[in-house]
Write a protein that binds this ligand. Structure first.
Ligand code: PLP
Length: 462
């Protein structure tokens, strides 16, 4: 059967299939919060359902669709390569496409990052950087930050700063040290033994959209240099233009020793990851003929990922998406910041470029405080569902809570969104936030429902 016929024939069964053969709990979550929509099409920043309704996608597949969904230029590049019958994955050979993509990435990197290692995901980029750092420095310790997120395989999980992800999967990789984010004395204390191979940090921590103080990253870099520790910037989420610069580290003129990339690099089509590193690190790792294959992975450098990566970089440049991300991001901040102060639950609106956050917190007035407590007692961070669920159900805006137990709603829009989308965001946010302050109104019925569901899930252990 033709693949598209198969898709349309079996589409109504998609949740049943997942319930039976994949992650049933995910289906349960989707159904509980009413996100079980039969999407049929996706273009640019929009998803469309079977009835032709348009949804604004501020989740971007967790940050992969920076150039928008199904970008025709990326499709063309992938199609061309697919249909040309080019050789790749010969393994005992190299391809020109990987060489060109590495050349283009190096041109975008801060000075000194001259080498590229390709892989197939963000976590694999981080795993690779862990190995590179340990081998090149001959040290074993790794330092990471609270709330940091670097992926969910065993190495990157050992650098995860949120307990819920780690719990039950131990023992974790030894010699890892957690420090608070944006705390230079704690970092110096961790590094001062001169036994730390690398400090892993997202320039803006994705879980919570935590933006450091201005001096943190430059000073952290200086501390790394002082104590012989490599600075690894995990730009898997913040990179490729997301924050209004090609790399978020550019906001602070960072010159890390390694930069990890993935997500948006292939335009959302083909799994891809990359570590850009100093040459001496590569020279240390691949130091002899018999070590030429000491680290690698079978599908890395595959033609489809490389072609998608090249097309994505071209689209980003030609459509001036980094500039648009910076300008639109600022405008959205300007639109939403005045809501702080007008609405008690809303504590802060922050972000850079197309990485934006609304932070909520405990209100002052007694009336709202009781409602807040009800939700928090049911499940920490539940209040945010009172924002994300109506944003989706009433305004067809897809967004997310910024991390487990967090009171932060996060937007990761495609970098090219326009004026209409901006107004869509501004008016929907204001309406939903205002509604959340009407205790007893429809949104709080939803709150009670969600609190009930959360308690049931907890008590049933499911
Ligand atoms: N690093 C950061 C900063 C991320 O945000 C993520 C994913 O969300 C990862 C690493 C892991 O990437 P992947 O899911 O492609 O393994």
């Amino acid at each position: 059967m033709k693949i598209l016929d198969l898709v349309s024939q079996r589409l109504p069964e998609k949740y049943a299939l997942h319930e039976k053969y994949l992650n049933a709990q995910l289906v349960r979550v989707l159904k509980t919060i009413g996100y079980d929509v039969p999407y049929t099409e996706a273009r640019g920043p929009y998803l469309f359902d079977a009835e032709g309704n348009r949804y604004l996608d501020l989740l971007s597949g967790w940050g992969v669709f920076s150039v928008g969904r199904n970008h025709p230029r990326v499709i063309e590049a992938v199609n061309d390569v697919l249909h040309a019958g080019l050789p790749h994955l010969v393994q005992m050979d190299v391809t020109v496409l990987a060489g060109i993509l590495a050349e283009r990435l190096v041109a975008k990197m801060p000075p000194g990052l001259e080498k590229v290692f390709f892989c197939s995901s963000g976590t694999e980029a981080v795993e690779s950087a862990i190995k590179f750092a340990r081998y090149a420095t001959r040290r074993s310790k790794l330092v990471f930050v609270e709330h940091g997120f670097h992926g969910l395989t065993m190495g990157s999980l050992a650098l995860n700063g949120t307990e819920v992800f780690r719990e039950g999967f131990g023992p974790h990789l030894p010699d890892t040290v957690r420090v608070p984010f944006d705390d230079l004395p704690a970092l110096e204390a961790a590094l001062s033994g001169r036994d730390v191979a690398a400090f892993f940090v997202e320039p803006i921590v994705g879980h919570g959209v935590l933006i450091p103080s201005d001096e943190y990253l430059p000073q952290a870099q200086a501390l790394c240099r002082k104590y012989g520790t490599l600075l690894v910037a995990d730009e898997v989420q913040t990179g490729i233009g997301r924050t209004g610069k090609f790399l978020a580290g550019e906001h602070w003129d960072l010159e890390p020793d390694m930069v990890c990339l993935a997500k948006a690099l292939s335009g959302g089509f083909v799994p891809v990851g990359a570590v850009c590193a100093r040459k001496w690190i590569f020279d240390a790792l691949f130091d002899r003929l018999d070590r030429a294959a000491v680290h690698g992975s079978t599908y890395s450098k595959n033609n489809l990922a490389m072609a998608a990566g090249l097309a994505t970089l071209e689209v980003i440049e030609e459509e001036k998406l980094v500039e648009n991300a910076a300008r639109m991001g600022q405008q959205i901040l300007d639109d939403l910041r005045p809501l702080v102060g007008r609405y008690e639950f809303l504590k802060e609106v922050r972000g850079k470029g197309m990485m934006l956050a609304l932070e909520f917190g405990r209100p002052e007035s007694l009336r709202l405080r009781a409602a807040w407590k009800l939700l928090e007692a049911a499940n920490e961070g539940l209040f945010c569902q009172l924002i994300t669920v109506p944003l989706f159900q009433r305004h067809r805006i897809l967004s997310q809570v910024a991390g487990p137990g967090m009171q932060v709603v996060k937007f990761l829009p495609p970098l090219g969104i326009g004026e209409e989308d901006r107004q869509w965001i501004a008016s929907a946010c204001e309406e939903v936030i205002a509604d959340a302050h009407r205790v007893g109104g429809a949104i709080w019925d939803l709150g009670k429902q969600l609190a009930g569901a959360a308690i049931r899930m907890k008590t049933q252990g499911a």
